[in-house]
Structure formats: C-alpha cells, structure tokens
Design a protein around this ligand. Structure first.
Ligand SMILES: [Zn+2]
Length: 274
C-alpha cells in the first residue's frame, strides 16, 4: 500500500490515529513547556532530551509506563509513583489539547500535507500559549522560526496565503504591536506587553496573511479582557500574558475564516486559506 492509497483510508481510521499522534506530541510538548524556559533562563544541565524524564519534586527517574500520555496520569491518580507529590495538570491538558487539535485538523482538512502544516502551526502556538501562561514570556527560538516558516511555506504555496500577504502580515503584525507597546510606554511609563508579543503577532501575520491582523487584534483583546477578569477577579494588580489571547484569536480566525461576517472585519480582503 503506497502513500497515496493510505490517504484514501476512511476518516474513521485517520482521526483516531491523528488523536493518538496528538497525545504523543502533546507529551513531548509537556517536556518543552517545562524545560525550554528554564533552559533559556540559564538552568544548567537541562536539555530537551536529557536528562531522562524525572519527577520534578523528588528527582526520581520515571519508568516508561509512568510517561504514557493521559493513561499514566489516570493510573497514578495524578501523583508521583515514588514520592506521592501531585503531578501538575498542565501536561494532561497539553496532551488532551494536542489530541483534539490533530484530530480536528485531519477531520477538517483530510489526511495529508495541509493537515500536517496546520497541525504543526497550531502545535507551536499551543506550546507558546502554555509557556506564556506559566512564565510570562514567549521564547524567540519559537516565535521567530514560526514567523519565518509562515513566509517560506506561503512562498511554497503550502498555507494558501500568497507570499506577499504573508510577508506584509509578518512586517505589519510586528509593527502594529510594537507601535502600540511604544505608544503605551510613552503615555503610561509602563511596559504594555512582553517583548515577545510583537514577534508572535509577526508569526500570525505570516501564517494567516495581513488581512487577518485587524480581526486578530480585535478577538485577542476580547479574549485577553475576559481572561484577565477570570484570572484576577477584576483586581488590577496582576500582569496577564497576551500570548494565550493571541493564540486563541488565531484559532478562532482560522476556524471562522470562510464565514461571510469575517469579510466585514477584513474588508473583503482575506484570501481563502487552506
Ligand atoms: Zn516524585
């Protein structure tokens, strides 16, 4: 059976397979979310593959059956097998979100290149979302390659966005948020957002095209406001990261991009994606 024949298997086979792939990738994403920011902040001896998985409380190395996505969490009832310390819910959420996003991409786009390309895009976004929510920063090693990939894949015709729109989207997206941040800083004397937000916006502009920028800012502002209210209960002491709001806005835009009302927000300029 060759590759072309494989893609003709029914979705009832492909969607569960995609969900399974999502679980495995989500499990690795948990490692990236935990280790990458710590590594970038200078913690020694922490690579993405070494040392082997261990409990973050008692440092005991984990057996392979403690590392199975979702299953291990349920089987261990959310506690370390060695020291009984509670395991954070973050990894379980990541695995479930990844499973849903890969199953969703295959269901929506069919098995093939498109599902891989967009599944990859949203996977990096979810990782950024979790890192920003936990550490308030968006690593350049993820945002900048994501922006570059958006431009290159648009040039190759793999994202359905034309190359000019992608490059304009990256440039304008960065400029828009960097400009707002600069103005806010001059006005209030406080940093308005993290330095990573304009770079994430550049990546979204590259992947979704420049007409997406206005709706993205609009949706992200609404999500950010709602998120801030839930997180702080209306008190204004706590800083609330903007990255997760941008990621949710991007997913919402992508899902609704062909709706007739979306063209009101993009001025009828959005090129059909994917
Ligand atoms: Zn432990």
């Amino acid at each position: 059976m060759d590759l072309v024949e494989l893609t003709r298997l029914p979705l009832a086979v492909w969607v569960p397979l995609a969900a399974l792939l999502g679980l495995v990738l989500g499990s690795f994403a948990g490692v990236v979310v935990y280790r990458l920011p710590r590594r970038l902040l200078g913690e020694q001896g922490l690579g993405l593959c070494f040392p082997a998985s261990h409990c973050t409380t008692c440092q005991h190395p984990l057996r392979w059956w403690h590392n199975l996505p979702v299953f291990s969490y349920l089987w261990l009832r959310g506690r370390c097998a060695f020291c009984n310390a509670p395991i954070g819910l973050s990894n379980l959420w990541l695995e479930l979100v990844f499973a849903a996003l890969w199953a969703g991409c295959v269901l929506h786009l069919g098995p093939g290149r498109e599902a891989l390309v967009w599944g990859g895009f949203f996977s990096v976004l979810v990782v950024l979302c979790f890192i920003d929510a936990q550490t308030m920063f968006l690593p350049d090693v993820l945002t900048l390659p994501l922006a570059l990939a958006g431009c290159v894949l648009a040039l190759a015709g793999w994202t359905g966005v034309d190359a000019l729109s992608a490059c304009l989207g990256a440039g304008l997206g960065w400029g828009l948020l960097a400009g707002v941040a600069w103005l806010f800083e001059r006005w209030r004397g406080l940093p308005a957002m993290g330095g990573g937000d304009p770079k994430l916006m550049a990546a979204l502009g590259a992947w979704l095209g420049w007409p997406a920028l206005l709706p993205l800012v609009l949706f992200a502002s609404v999500v950010h406001l709602a998120y801030a209210l839930v997180l702080t209960g209306g008190r204004r002491q706590q800083e609330v990261p903007f990255g997760p709001a941008l990621a949710v806005a991007a997913a919402f835009y992508w899902i609704c991009r062909d709706q007739p009302w979306m063209s009101l927000l993009t001025g009828g300029l959005s090129a059909p994606l994917g």
